[in-house]
Design a protein around this ligand. Structure first.
Ligand code: PAN
Ligand code: ZN
Length: 195
């Protein structure tokens, strides 16, 4: 049998890193056009191209039945009233599901299927969330500390970012009187234009 590497990995739930695996960084500039409040985005970006999250993936094997996995480390913060979040994606191979395990912090997972139905679940340490196939998923950090979670998916899931980049999620997670609140994007945009 072909040896799998790395078969054993040590990960750090505090820093969201996996020993020996490279991390990729996503900054504010990588999420241009994703946050609803464009004025707030521009103001934040002018100050600093802040780090929003890192992702560290491990790809131990390829081929039928193989699994890949990764740790995400999503910083706390907001652009205007909208909490820091991941880009979000469909899997390129649409039937691919994924399993998320919360390791640190508190947040929400936003889901949207191909018909545009949306829902959300919490993600917290020692909780797991099943991400069904054919469903776009985005993680939002609603707490004061980094949100760290593990995601496990079929090796050939792939990432389709383009669909979400074009149409975005129909819901946003925003601060309303200090409470993380899921709102329709259109309703949130209306609050921004009210004087
Ligand atoms: C996760 C995500 C990770 C970053 O590992 O890739 O949280 O989010 P974006 O990929 O949307 O930027 C996953 O869902 N992998 O399939
Ligand atoms: Zn995914």
């Amino acid at each position: 049998m072909q040896a799998l590497f790395p078969q054993f990995t040590q990960f750090d739930p505090l820093t969201g890193t996996i020993e020996g695996a490279p991390s990729l960084e996503r900054h504010l500039s990588d999420l241009r056009g994703y946050f609803a409040d464009q004025t707030a985005y521009q103001a934040a970006f002018t100050q600093e191209d802040a780090l929003l999250y890192t992702v560290t993936n491990v790809e131990p094997a390829q081929g039928d039945g193989a699994l890949h996995y990764g740790i995400s480390y999503l910083l706390p913060g907001r652009v205007g009233r909208e909490y820091y979040m991941t880009k979000g994606h469909f899997h390129a191979w649409r039937p691919a599901a994924e399993y998320y395990i919360g390791l640190r912090g508190a947040g929400l997972l936003l889901f949207e299927d191909e018909q545009g139905h949306s829902w959300s679940t919490p993600i917290t340490p020692n909780s797991g969330v099943y991400v069904p196939g054919h469903t776009a998923h985005r993680t939002v950090n609603t707490g004061p500390e980094p949100l760290v979670f593990l995601g496990i998916y079929p090796f050939n899931a792939g990432h389709d970012y383009g669909t979400i980049q074009e149409r975005n999620f129909s819901q946003v997670v925003v601060d309303v009187n200090g409470q993380p609140t899921v709102m329709e994007r259109s309703a949130f945009l209306r609050t921004l234009t009210q004087i």
